[in-house]
Design a protein around this ligand. Structure first.
Ligand code: BES
Ligand code: ZN
Ligand code: ZN
Length: 499
């Protein structure tokens, strides 16, 4: 989709569909402001429209260049949030699909947000709502028409709107990269193939990629990743991505770690199929989020040294598969008693987190579809976030929560009191890989905490990574959750004052 910005007068726009977001109870005033055939068509149609959030109405001016005009409600202007703008963009995209419009203009409404933020969120909402995954369809939905050209109509602040629209487009495209990876069939994303894909992305977007093979992983003594991989026919990989621009303000990196279980059967602790194993191709959504974020960071040329680390394998029962009772010696030297082979994500993440110490990182964020308990606690629209309890915990948490709020990838903090770690005591090893029935997402985080010695944030996104039924700008399937969260976090980290 091409995205551009114009300041032409509305009557001179020649598009299949012109979309005008309008605040609640302001439709009449807006119609009068616009005037001409567009304003007239709007004012006759307005008896059926009040401007409530996501309310839409389509009308047909008697004359003029654009044959269809739609209004999209924003609710009361003083209550408009970035999410309202994103959803208004999404509502516009749904109208464009319904009317089979290929060229669309979308007006930037006035609100307390700058033209930059408005341009970004509208473009994001519009592009993310237009996404369809049709790689495996012989006849992709022929009913559906995808917008070829989206023109954002700005009032005066054209430069700022353009900056925002460009950023919105890049962040949406990077989110789509992650969605595509999650939606891809597992046999097309074996660890080796995933490594090759990331090498290609690195060449395309300008970041460095190194893919370690099994012998590299053995040399590093990554007993967690190797243990999980034992049942597999496919070798594991560790993917290392580096974005280190000359102008980076930091000499120690910010490291992003993503869980790359390309398929989780549960291993010998086999999962049931329905509503469980049947969507475990999404168990690499944390990895996909890191890959998408590295793309966005490089394309936005963010002046920050950032690394991505992805341990990747599938988790299967096999003749040599690891078994409940096995004790693994991890990269850090700690031993782990495996009591459930389905708690595999923490084992591969632990090795990546402990390897990250080598870089003396300023901060590490890991993203993982780690526990069913996260879904039970928070559902499919909010991920859990945890950080170690030290003097900077609050500041770190505030920064991540602010990025969540800006990006629409929502988070809720979970407690990390010391006593939760008691559930991981083992009779034979340093720790075991499962707790009891209580607070499963917290004990998983407590497990990971054993392997970090730097400021660390853990995001359990089991619920929001994959949807059975779609949301306004997240169709069913892989959501790309985390890409925009990480990108907004990193942008703010690089330019702390420029929110
Ligand atoms: N990949 C799953 C977690 C998951 C569940 C992701 C639902 C997405 C949706 C993870 O590897 C897992 O199986 N965790 C176990 C841990 C348990 C055995 C301690 C779980 O949550 O049941
Ligand atoms: Zn599992
Ligand atoms: Zn898993």
């Amino acid at each position: 989709m091409k995205v551009s910005v114009t300041t032409l007068s509305l009557k001179d726009l020649d598009v299949d569909l012109l979309i005008i977001p309008v605040g609640q109870s302001l439709a009449r005033t807006r119609a009068a402001q616009i005037g001409g055939p567009i304003g007239e068509a709007l004012s006759t149609a307005l008896m059926d429209f009040d401007g409530r959030p996501e309310e839409t109405l389509l009308c047909y001016p008697a004359s003029g260049r654009s044959h269809r005009v739609a209004v999209v409600g924003l609710g009361y202007l003083e209550e408009v949030t970035r999410e309202v703008l994103r959803r208004a963009g999404a509502a516009g995209a749904h109208l464009a699909m319904k009317t089979k419009a290929t060229t669309v203009a979308l007006c930037l409404p006035d609100s307390e947000f700058s033209a930059e933020v408005t341009g970004q969120t509208l473009a994001e909402g519009y592009m993310l709502a237009s996404y369809e995954y049709n790689r495996y369809k012989a006849h992709p939905d022929e009913e559906r028409t995808i917008t070829e050209r989206l023109v954002l109509h700005a009032g005066t602040d054209e430069k700022s709107a353009r900056r925002g629209a460009e950023r919105g487009r890049i962040e949406a495209e990077a989110t789509i990269t992650a969605r595509d990876l999650v939606n891809l069939s597992p046999h097309e994303k074996t660890p080796t193939l995933l490594g090759k894909m990331v090498e290609r992305f690195g060449r395309k977007y300008g970041y460095e990629v190194s893919v370690w093979d099994r012998s590299d992983i053995e040399k590093e003594k990554m007993g967690g990743l190797l243990g999980v991989n034992r049942g597999s026919l496919e070798p594991p990989v560790m993917i290392e991505m580096t974005w280190k621009p000359g102008k980076a303000g930091n000499s120690r990196p910010v490291v992003l770690v993503g869980k790359g279980i390309v398929f989780d059967t549960g291993g010998l602790s086999l999962k049931p199929t329905k509503d469980s194993m049947d969507h475990m191709k999404a168990d690499m959504a944390g990895a996909a989020a890191v890959i998408g974020a590295m793309e966005a960071i490089a394309r936005l040329d963010v002046p920050l040294y950032v690394m991505g680390l992805i341990p990747a394998t599938d988790n299967r029962p096999g003749q040599d598969a690891y078994v409940p009772g096995d004790v693994l010696r991890m990269h850090s030297g700690k031993t782990v008693e495996v009591l459930n082979t389905d708690a595999e994500g923490r084992l591969i993440l632990a090795d990546a987190l402990s390897y990250a110490k080598l870089y003396r990182p300023e901060i590490v964020l890991d993203l993982a579809t780690l526990t069913g308990a996260q879904v039970v606690a928070l559902g499919s629209q909010v991920a859990a976030v945890m950080t170690q309890e030290d003097v900077d915990a609050e500041e770190r948490m505030n920064a991540v929560m602010a990025a969540a709020e800006r990006s629409g990838d929502l988070l809720h903090p979970m407690p990390m009191h010391a006593h939760y770690a008691d559930a991981l005591k083992s009779n034979v090893a340093d720790i075991k890989n499962i707790g009891n029935r209580e607070a499963g997402s917290v004990t998983a985080a407590k497990f990971l905490e054993h392997f970090v010695d730097y400021p660390w944030v853990h995001i359990d996104m089991a619920g929001p990574s994959f949807l059975k039924t779609g949301l306004p700008y997240r169709p069913a399937g892989g959501t790309g959750f985390g890409v925009r969260l990480l990108t907004e976090f990193i942008r703010d980290y690089a330019y702390p004052k420029k929110r």
